[in-house]
Structure formats: C-alpha cells, structure tokens
Design a protein around this ligand. Structure first.
Ligand SMILES: [Zn+2]
Length: 70
C-alpha cells in the first residue's frame, strides 16, 4: 500500500481526533520525519482533512496536527 494511503487510513481511523506528523511517523514506521510532513501537506484541504495547530491525541503536545472531519 502506498504511504499516502496508509497515512490517510490512520488519520481517518483516529477521526475526529487529531495526530501530529511525529506520531504518524512513529505509528507507520516511516523513515524520515519529512516524509509524514509531505503526506499530511498533500492531504490537507482534500477530502475533509485539515491541518492546524492543536493538541495531538497521541502525544498530547500542541503542534501542527491533521484531522479528518466527517
Ligand atoms: Zn503527536
């Protein structure tokens, strides 16, 4: 499965909770932090995905997170 699909699936599964790029990287075992960053940027603004500074539901830090709104 393509990384983008995995990222999309993970975020959709967590909805309406938000997740940060670092937690996506960790959860999906992505090699580079930049990787998740690219994917979430690609997803933001499409199919109800939004990126904003908010609390991550996994690590609890307030940073740039992405969430899916149904
Ligand atoms: Zn996090």
């Amino acid at each position: 499965m393509a990384v983008l699909d995995e990222v999309e699936k993970l975020i959709t599964r967590l909805a309406p909770d938000a997740i940060c790029d670092d937690c996506i990287t960790e959860k999906l075992n992505l090699s580079v932090r930049q990787h998740a960053n690219h994917k979430t940027r690609e997803l933001a603004g499409t199919h109800g995905f939004t990126r904003a500074k908010d609390e991550c539901s996994i690590c609890g830090s307030t940073k740039l997170v992405i969430r899916h709104k149904r």
